[in-house]
Design a protein around this ligand. Structure first.
Ligand SMILES: [Zn+2]
Length: 247
């Protein structure tokens, strides 16, 4: 990658031999990129990422990809709980939901696409393992959020996008419901990669995972209700994931 600015962070350690299999996208959730860079390089903060991309497209490299940056925190994806060990983390400068969430400017997305293409090629990261922070920590995190254009990024060769939805006969499932259909929903979300217990009860954890799923895959309405479109999209995605794995 040309045009990358080195801004080394002391906040990293080793991967313990774990292979890189996940690319995780974040937003900084702070008022400015300068403030975010300072925090990600502050030894007292104990947080970091491999890269930070400013809204004007400037790319900062904070941690060598061979090392473990500290960006994911508690969470899991595809059965892996040590997400930092297995991932590369990219922070996008954006105030986030707390400070005035706004769309990601085109120069920032173009820089992300170029960097992301390079990363997924070098580490052979599978398209469905390019995820947002909220995908691995649905009850704690909302980044990069519903303004993040996953479809465009996939069209640039980074990650997956699957449009449309398979028809689902059974309608909507929401908070407080229970039974076999809820178990099926939970099993499908878990099969897709989310960490979710299959207990047949649509409680807070299921609602949070459905919300995270919508933030990534059905951004027009992020309400935590597994309506027919949400469930149909999940079914279509699972089919695509299975086909990708078989190919
Ligand atoms: Zn994050």
């Amino acid at each position: 990658m040309s045009g990358v600015v080195d801004r080394p962070s002391p906040n990293f350690d080793g991967r313990d031999g774990a292979p890189v299999s996940i690319l995780m996208i974040h937003y900084t959730g702070m008022l400015s990129g300068v403030a975010a860079l300072e925090r990600l390089c502050d030894p007292a903060a104990k947080v970091s990422a491999h890269y930070l991309i400013e809204e004007d497209g400037t790319v900062f490299r904070l941690v060598d990809e061979a090392m473990r940056a500290w960006h994911a925190g508690l969470g899991a994806w595809r059965g892996f709980e040590r997400v930092n060990h297995r991932s590369i983390g990219i922070e996008l400068v954006n105030p986030g939901h707390e400070w005035g969430y706004r769309p990601f400017p085109r120069p920032q997305m173009v820089a992300l696409a170029a960097l992301g293409r390079d990363i997924v090629a070098r580490h052979a990261i599978a398209p469905f393992d390019v995820i947002g922070h909220s995908d691995s920590a649905p009850s704690r995190k909302t980044d990069p959020g519903e303004f993040f254009d996953w479809r465009w990024l996939a069209e640039q060769g980074v990650g997956a996008w699957v449009g449309g939805a398979d028809p689902v006969a059974d309608g909507r499932l929401g908070f407080g419901e229970s039974g076999l259909l809820v178990s099926r929903l939970q099993a499908d979300l878990a099969a897709f990669g989310y960490a979710l217990r299959v207990d047949g009860k649509f409680g807070p954890e299921t609602r949070d995972v459905v919300t995270a799923f919508q933030r990534h895959w059905r951004q027009s309405s992020v309400d935590g209700i597994a309506d027919a479109e949400t469930r149909g999209r999940l079914a279509r995605l699972l089919r695509s994931l299975t086909e990708t794995a078989r190919a």
